[in-house]
Design a binder for this molecule. Structure first.
Ligand code: SF4
Ligand code: ZN
Length: 729
């Protein structure tokens, strides 16, 4: 610190200044930190005594106060209940302070407290000789009023206090800009203030960046925060408990400390802790969870502080060359309007969101591997991988699929971008107009970073997106993704509908199918295939008022059909009265509604004896006389259509799959690819049901694509559905 400057401004002598500015050598553990703070506070208190007695000689017993405030010396006001103090009062107050020990955390906190009172008195004494440098020093109440409620309703997400200095000017500029772009209030004191000035970083309240001054001026950050509690939280003088409780919630303060740690810094660190601040230092210290973090990478310090203090950063609108909003969710991009597309069985395509280590996720980083959109020819089908890595200190991996599922909505919101499906059965189209307007793959990344932060920012603090079009890399990453999808499905094994008391709703699709609700049970996942019971449970834990609410099953109405009083009540409420009843395991009696995201359509055959299954990937004709697209068009939108139902692929091999109508033994036809995908499971279920050759009795498109052909095949193979009652009388 600039000693000459401090001595000039504060009229202090060099020995006491030397002592208080003495720095730690090497690694500082908590005990050493407390000892430093304790020593620092004693020095500061004795300096304050000295300042007070000099002031007495010079000015007599005058009142001590700061300009333009209703709270005297605000920290003495709030923490000690002293609303008026003069020189004599200050002297006896300082004499009354008990020295802090140097052993326990309480000693540290006492040292911090003594320090802040002494600092406030030293600063107030300075005002007797005139105001400090222009635009520095005590922050008047007026500023607090101007910031107004935004400071406490978290429109301004937090406050950052810079202490110390860095050797790299660029870093400091970047950090200052980082705070400004995140809408946080910043203050600086000490050396970095000089550095900020030297670098021409604009300061002032209009920039939300305020220079406090040097030395003990750090205290003005604390008395500013405390005054928020007095004026917005009606905390009265001396009410320590309420003051503490208020500060623990807001304003959320992060102290960024750079450079060698002095005894004064250590003492102020404890004052800051008293105000529920989180301190991030670039020094080697023993970390204290929720209070003190060490971070060597200056550019990462603010992010670490934000995470540790639980600050939620609100975002500016996304900067995109196309319009963006829920209004575009329903928009489809037709083939002739398509510039490029991926997936939908036409090319390898997948999307994956996974957790990664703190240090492996650079927040906001977007990487494009391979050619960008404009390097492809119009009308081309391209391989595409979208990989999102997230980090949040409290995020568990069970949230991955829940957040991943939102990729669908988030991308669809962009004008000219159409997204269907999920995981590796997604399908994306980007329109000619959007490409002409300038949309590129990087924008898909921007959308995801922005929206995930907006919706999940309370827990997800870092998001990084990689968009891949390089064919080999797409395949490589796709292989990894498959393993992750499998592992997620694996976690569901062993859970049954009967073994749990609650199911969950999913109403995520109500934005375009307002009456649709998926009831997600262990043995029946959401029809999009992306939300299983565990996912819904995790999502409910994350946002109890979100789309996945628990459903108390209540009393059974019909066990075989899967009808309960509780599920009916929820479906009735969530469909706004449009759906009266819903049978979880039935195709014919009040089946579950379909939004539009289903992977497979179950369709009754024309002789009403069996069902055919067709998935999104199958573009050919089916024995029901309709292709997938036609079937899909007639069952979507949140309606019940007995005899037809949209489901997730995985549900086909669930024990509860249309159990009321005979289960998988009803299935007479499915596309070859789909059938092969589930070959093992179908054989197993067949064996269990005493139909060992069930798999071979299910026809596919190589056998027939029409109704007569199917009837002939079923008769020839003695298909088990022929021995069941017809689906409809
Ligand atoms: Fe939720 Fe169902 Fe929509 Fe999937 S299809 S997101 S489970 S409502
Ligand atoms: Zn849906």
């Amino acid at each position: 610190m600039n000693k000459d400057l401090i001595m000039k401004r504060y009229g202090t002598d060099v020995t006491s200044l030397d002592r208080v500015l003495r720095t730690a050598e090497g690694r500082t553990d908590t005990a050493a930190l407390i000892a430093m703070a304790s020593g620092g506070s004693k020095d500061i208190v004795s300096m304050a005594k000295d300042a007070v007695s000099k002031a007495k000689q010079k000015h007599g017993n005058v009142k001590l106060s700061f300009p333009e405030t209703a709270y005297g010396l605000p920290l003495l006001y709030g923490w000690k209940g002293i609303s008026d103090i003069d020189i004599d009062g200050a002297a006896s107050f300082l004499d009354s302070l008990k020295d802090a020990g140097d052993a326990t955390l309480d000693d540290g906190l006492l040292a911090g407290e003594n320090t802040m009172y002494a600092a406030e008195i030293i600063e107030a004494v300075r005002y007797l000789d005139g105001a400090p440098e222009e635009g520095e020093g005590f922050v008047p109440d007026r500023v607090l009023r101007e910031l107004g409620l935004s400071f406490v309703d978290e429109t301004i997400p937090g406050a950052v206090l810079f202490l110390g200095r860095t050797d790299d000017d660029r870093e400091l500029k970047k950090m200052a800009r980082d705070c400004q772009s995140k809408g946080m209030v910043s203050c600086a004191s000490g050396d970095c203030l000089e550095q900020i000035k030297e670098n021409g970083i604009a300061v002032g309240w209009d920039r939300m960046f305020y220079p406090l001054g040097t030395f003990t001026a750090t205290v003005h950050a604390l008395n500013f925060a405390a005054r928020a509690a007095y004026s917005f939280g009606s905390v009265s003088e001396g009410d320590r408990d309420r003051l503490k409780a208020y500060l623990s919630k807001r304003p959320k303060i992060v102290v960024i400390h750079m450079g060698p740690l002095s005894r004064l810094d250590a003492a102020f660190a404890f004052s800051a802790l008293l105000h529920s601040a989180v301190i991030v230092t670039d020094q080697d210290v023993t970390e204290i969870s929720g209070a003190l973090r060490s971070c060597k990478d200056h550019e990462d310090m603010i992010q670490v502080g934000i995470e540790e203090r639980g600050i939620t950063v609100k975002l500016e609108p996304i900067d995109l060359p196309v319009a963006y909003g829920p209004a575009f969710e329903g928009e489809t991009v037709r083939k002739p309007d398509t510039y490029i597309e991926s997936g939908g069985t036409r090319s390898e395509s997948f999307e994956l969101l996974t957790l990664a280590d703190e240090n492996d996720v650079e927040d906001g980083k977007i990487t494009v591997v391979g050619n960008d959109i404009d390097k492809f020819k119009k009308g081309e089908t391209i391989p595409l991988g979208i990989v999102v890595h997230i980090y949040g200190k409290d995020v568990q991996s069970d949230l991955e699929p829940v957040i991943e599922r939102n990729i669908h909505h988030f991308l669809n919101y962009a004008e000219g971008v159409w997204h269907a499906g999920q995981r590796d059965s997604n399908w994306i189209r980007i329109s000619n107009n959007a490409v002409e307007s300038g949309i590129r793959l990087e924008h898909l990344g921007k959308i995801l970073v922005h929206k995930i932060k907006e919706e999940f920012g309370k827990v997800v603090t870092r998001i990084q997106v990689t968009v891949i079009t390089e064919p080999e890399e797409v395949s490589r990453q796709h292989e990894k993704a498959k393993k992750i999808y499998e592992a997620r499905d694996e976690r569901m094994k062993g859970l049954t509908d009967d073994s749990v008391d609650v199911f969950y709703t999913c109403t995520m699709c109500q934005s375009f199918a307002p009456d649709h609700v998926c009831i997600v049970a262990p043995e029946r996942l959401g029809l999009c295939g992306a939300i299983n019971w565990l996912d819904a449970k995790a999502s409910n834990g994350l946002s109890p008022n979100g789309p996945n609410a628990p459903v108390d099953k209540g009393r059974y109405i019909n066990e075989k059909k899967g009808e309960w009083e509780g599920t009916n009540a929820v479906v009735r409420a969530q469909s706004h009265g449009n759906v009266e009843r819903m049978c979880m395991y039935s195709l014919m009696d009040s089946p579950m509604t379909s939004c539009g995201c289903f992977e497979v359509v179950v369709a009754m055959t024309s002789d009403m004896q069996a069902v055919a299954l067709v998935d999104r990937d199958h573009t050919g004709m089916t024995p029901v006389g309709m292709k997938f697209s036609t079937l899909a068009g007639s069952i979507g939108g949140g309606r019940q259509t007995p005899g037809f139902m949209g489901i997730a692929r995985k549900y086909i091999v669930s024990r509860k799959f249309i159990a009321a109508e005979g289960g998988i033994a009803r299935v007479a036809w499915m596309p070859k690819r789909l059938k092969e995908m589930f070959a093992d499971d179908i054989r197993r279920i067949g064996n269990e049901a005493g139909i060992p050759d069930l798999y071979d009795k299910i026809a596919d498109e190589t056998v027939t694509e029409d109704a007569d052909g199917l009837i002939a095949w079923m008769t020839e193979k003695q298909h088990p559905a022929l021995n069941m009652p017809p689906l409809m009388e």
